[in-house]
Design a protein around this ligand. Structure first.
Ligand code: SOE
Length: 388
């Protein structure tokens, strides 16, 4: 097996990020299975045709069911809105295709479990798109923890802050509609933080949260894409209810005894996309900020007194993950590289015949915490994650 024939469903923000990764992979990971960009699928014929020629896909279609039926497709990449993840996954698994699905895996925990059962029954490989795991500086944090260099972990605090919907006349795009998106900042941004916590610290055992929808109604969109949307200047345009959270915060306990705090919001004015965490252990701490993704701030308690303090480590040289694939030491990488690394893991796992990581089990685990937090908010009490 030298190549994998890919069919992609969705062509907007994530469609572009994934397409770019498939295109770049053979240049920087020539020893990996080569993804063949066969067919891209989307609802709008002009939009998907344009995406196919711009991103470099051989063909396009507006019918995802036809795409899944094709014998010349090995892998289905799902980056369409969350409400269609389940239906497409079930059909693709039944057709024996491997599946790469964007996060959050599903609208509900129950749906995500159903999806996991389907891919396991079909015996196909499955991956979920938690791309931030693949940042070299995050992998350095993981290594420091695994090697015990931060000691016992006491705290994980994480925040994902955006401000793109602060304007009250920003239209009611699909990401603000529960039946399409599942939830708001919680599932979109909080999901990344939860996965990061699982990846770095381990299982979350109990949670308690709070949330708010600051703007309850918004003008119906005249046009919408993944992130943006266009309203009308006409103030008589009808409004509809916002059915998701604008912000969700929660506290958590981890199985290893650490305490966690999480904040996901789309109302942090001035923060376009601040995705950060800090971890404190008995022997040291790390701080990560995705806006400076090449760096990890590192502190060790056993540094000599006169040089105690956080140091800035640039995770771009031989000691760091993926550095051999890119540029000479100190030459930085960006957001798009996290997706290339993610696709590299997917191709490597298919070549080796193993499940990629993170996979649908990680997607379900994340969904379980998302739902536990929602339940804690509804009941105004601590919830044991394992009860769900
Ligand atoms: C939009 O809020 C978004 O693009 C998310 O959907 C992504 O998952 C996150 O990486 C950045 O913000």
């Amino acid at each position: 097996m030298e190549s994998i024939k890919v069919g992609m469903i969705g062509y907007k923000f994530m469609g572009k990020a994934h397409s770019h990764a498939y295109r770049d992979l053979p240049m920087f990971f020539p020893d990996h299975l080569r993804p063949e960009m066969k067919v891209i699928c989307g609802r709008n014929p002009e939009g998907v045709a344009q995406a196919a020629s711009q991103y470099g896909w051989e063909e396009y279609t507006t019918n995802w069911k036809d795409l899944i039926r094709r014998d010349d497709i090995d892998l289905i990449d799902i980056n369409a809105p969350s409400d269609v993840h389940k239906e497409i996954t079930l059909a693709a698994a039944q057709a024996g295709k491997h599946i790469f699905c964007e996060k959050p895996l599903a609208l509900t925990l129950q749906d995500s479990r159903h999806m996991l059962e389907a891919v396991e029954a079909a015996g196909v490989k499955h991956m979920v798109g938690f791309n931030y795991r693949f940042t070299p500086a995050v992998l350095l944090a993981k290594k420091l923890i695994a090697e015990g260099r931060l000691g016992d972990i006491y705290h994980f605090r994480a925040w994902f802050l955006q401000d793109w919907i602060v304007a009250p006349d920003f239209p009611l795009v699909w990401r603000l509609q529960k039946d399409i998106a599942g939830s708001g900042a919680h599932g979109d941004l909080g999901a990344h933080l939860i996965d990061m916590a699982h990846f770095l610290i381990g299982d979350i055992t109990e949670v308690i949260g709070m949330n708010e929808t600051f703007i309850k109604e918004r003008p119906l969109p005249t046009e919408m894409t993944g992130l943006s949307g266009r309203g009308s200047n006409d103030h008589t345009v009808p409004k509809g209810p916002v059915t998701v959270d604008d912000a969700t915060l929660f506290m958590a306990r981890f199985a290893n005894g650490a305490l966690g705090s999480f904040e996901a919001t789309r109302f942090a004015t001035g923060h376009r996309s601040t995705n950060s965490f800090e971890i404190n252990g008995s022997k040291g701490s790390v701080i990560f900020d995705f806006e400076r993704l090449n760096e990890l701030q590192v502190y060790f308690t056993d540094d000599q007194d006169d040089v105690q303090g956080f140091r800035r480590v640039l995770a771009t040289d031989g000691a760091h993950a993926y550095s051999d694939r890119w540029w000479p030491a100190g030459h930085t990488i960006g957001y798009e590289h996290t997706f290339i690394h993610e696709i590299a893991e997917l191709m490597e796992s298919l070549q080796e015949g193993r499940q990629p990581v993170p996979n649908f089990k990680d997607g379900v685990k994340c969904q379980q915490v998302l739902e536990a937090v929602d339940l804690s908010i509804a009941k105004r009490e601590w919830i044991q994650v394992s009860d769900l």
